[in-house]
Design a protein around this ligand. Sequence first.
Ligand code: PRP
Length: 185
Amino acid sequence: MLHKDIEEVLVSQEEIKTIIKALGTALTEDYANKKPLFVGLLKGCVPFISDLLKELDFMLEVDFMDVSSYHGGLQSSGDVKIVKDLSTAVKGRHVILAEDIVDSGQTIQAIRSMLLYRGAASVRVVTLLDKPKGRVVQLQPDYVGRTIPDAFVVGYGLDYQEFYRNLPYVGTLKPSVYQTENEES
Ligand code: PRP
């Protein structure tokens, strides 16, 4: 039912598996003895981190933050709102921030600065997708699964109007989906 709304699959299930294995290997090499705090940024990170965590072969703690900047639409509003904060203190900790996508970069930049201000020893970013064309701030994620073109994508955690997160791959929506939306509103 969901699949009929997809115009093009950009990152298939198989590709996602390969990407996550490679990210897992890189992080395992870099964080072997650091006991980092692994922070998932809700809600988009959920499918990604549930697969990535299983590839991380080192001691780590997991926590979550819920920040919102898109407010359900197609473009980042730039207004990064903390909906749920961490329950772990970050002072002196090495933090890995896990994202489904870095687009304008505003979300990650805001969270990264905040965690460094709170005294984190280091903050690095792992993202499944990187969309450098969308960038409005100077920020390069440390671990990138796949660089994608300047298109609005859904699936594997990414939403449009909160839907499509449960697709097992990443793809673009048919224009008719947005048209229907406009007609309804
Ligand atoms: C999306 C995505 C990233 C952020 C990236 O989150 O999951 O967190 O936007 O955009 P940026 O680089 O332009 O800041 P959203 O605010 O839509 O919340 P969600 O994860 O709950 O979908």
